[in-house]
Design a protein. Structure first.
Length: 285
């Protein structure tokens, strides 16, 4: 019940303040137009250079043009992201920390287990409660050294503290072979939008009840942030990791999906499937 009320309240808040939050140059419509214009400008530059020199400026740079088109909008998002998170925290009773000082998460899954990662940092964060669950959000950054180039990366990380530790389960696109086989459900619509992996299919089917599947599918139809987020049950935490979750309405949508999952777990799960959490799997909350 709380999950559905929360989704309705957060959707109303997103419609009321999400599109106009922040300066005009941080709005989605402007950023999309900026990326499109940047892409066209880069294509025109490559054509001009090729015609004048008989070859592209760089064979490495040429295929990366679609990604470079998002650089200007990415810089803008980086500039206003903290403001958006601070606004969301203030509106939802969370405590915002401009510099968290938190240690690195000890979780053994991507991106926290990337071997080539350097200068891992937990940046700003916020703490609070979502219903009965202690909740956190933090911005995680690192440098990726692949011996050819040094690139910067980030993820927005969400957590809900669970009543007890459970076996590992993932929902979202993954190439991690340790997550187990993909588990399919009766809902074809759910299977198309969400990819659930577990080494224990019976546990996955117990967690994702028909009611939870129906609600997640409905949320997934309208939320790109939920579809783009990878959710993990690790120890006594439900963790969401995404490159989105920058804007207030995206933060609300990710927390709403996590609440649906946590509220939908039947009571018998905690006794029948409960496990002992290792120190590295204990809740950040």
């Amino acid at each position: 019940m709380f999950a559905m009320i929360a989704i309705d309240d957060w959707r109303q808040g997103a419609r009321a303040s999400g599109p106009v939050s922040g300066p005009w140059w941080s709005r989605t419509s402007f950023l999309n137009a900026l990326s499109a214009l940047t892409f066209l400008a880069l294509i025109a530059f490559h054509v001009w250079w090729w015609q004048g020199h008989g070859r592209p400026l760089s064979w490495v740079l040429l295929p990366s043009t679609p990604f470079l088109a998002f650089v200007p909008s990415g810089v803008i998002i980086k500039c206003v992201r903290r403001r958006w998170v601070r606004e969301w925290a203030s509106a939802n009773g969370f405590h915002y920390l401009p510099e968290s000082g938190w240690p690195l998460p000890p979780w053994d899954f991507t991106p926290f287990s990337v071997g080539r990662a350097r200068r891992k940092r937990v940046r700003d964060a916020m703490t609070g409660r979502i219903g009965e669950y202690p909740a956190t959000y933090f911005h995680y950054t690192w440098l990726n050294n692949n011996r050819v180039s040094l690139t910067t990366h980030y993820r927005n990380v969400f957590t809900l503290g669970l009543p007890a530790a459970l076996p590992r389960l993932t929902m979202g696109v993954t190439i991690d072979t340790t997550t187990g086989e993909r588990v399919l459900f009766e809902s074809a619509d759910f299977n198309e939008r969400f990819f659930v992996h577990s080494t224990n299919p019976a546990f996955a089917h117990a967690v994702f009840t028909p009611r939870t599947i129906e609600r997640l599918t409905a949320l997934g139809r309208t939320s790109g942030a939920v579809i783009a987020t990878r959710f993990e049950i690790v120890g006594d935490s439900l963790v969401g990791v995404t490159t989105l979750g920058n804007r207030p309405h995206q933060i609300s949508e990710v927390f709403a999906a996590m609440t649906l999952i946590a509220d939908g777990i039947p009571r018998f799960i905690w006794t029948d499937f409960g496990v002992s959490a290792s120190p590295g799997e204990r809740s950040v909350s």
